[in-house]
Design a protein around this ligand. Sequence first.
Ligand code: 13P
Length: 250
Amino acid sequence: MKKLMAANWKMYKTRAEAEATAREMVRLIAPGLPEDRELLVFPPFTALAAVAGAFAGQKSFAVGGQNFWPHGEGAFTGEIAPGMLLDAGCTWALAGHSERRWVLGENDDLVGEKVAYGLQKGLSMVLCIGEKLEERRAKKVEEVLDRQLERGLVPAAREFANRLAVAYEPVWAIGTGEVAGREEIRQAHAHTRDRLVQMMGEKALEIPLLYGGSVKPDNASEILALDNVDGVLVGGASLTAESFSRIALA
Ligand code: 13P
């Protein structure tokens, strides 16, 4: 399976900054990117077309939307449709990121609706899952992951396993500098893989499982070497091309 090296720029960068970073990423990463790796950047909406333009002609570089609303078009002020993401050059989108769940109030059912809708409209989707610190302390990690997988991947979504990735991002490790330990990542990824196989059968073996949460140039190779880790989803350390190139080529 190809490894997916993904950058989530969250609410950072103007169009000019995004384009400059994207061009620098191509310069630093494209010549050395191994055949079995793909690079994926999630810029803010206003910079999607600029980043897609900077990546034009790079077959291993892709662009994704951080969010969308699960309707084709309509009176949804402030929202964006999957078709608009595709039109801006996206092939991927995120759903269920913890900042959308816990800061912006999205629940499991809305996340599930987005994943299924995005897949039906032709996007590849990354479903993000992960427990909060109090849930880990209460030994509820597997219960939380099971619920987020079950509700995040409704039966209509399970037909599109070939365009699906799952990112395990423990909420307590995001933006905190605190990385989950090797054993914590190994267990969560093994559990996620088993659960996906129960839900979808053999085709779940081909779903990339990404780890996210304080991935940095100096810990990326160790994380990528773990069983069932098929890529990373990087926030802070993806904001400069120099830092992200060291992760993408780790
Ligand atoms: P950090 O890499 O900044 O911890 O963010 C992780 C993340 O949320 C990626 O989606």
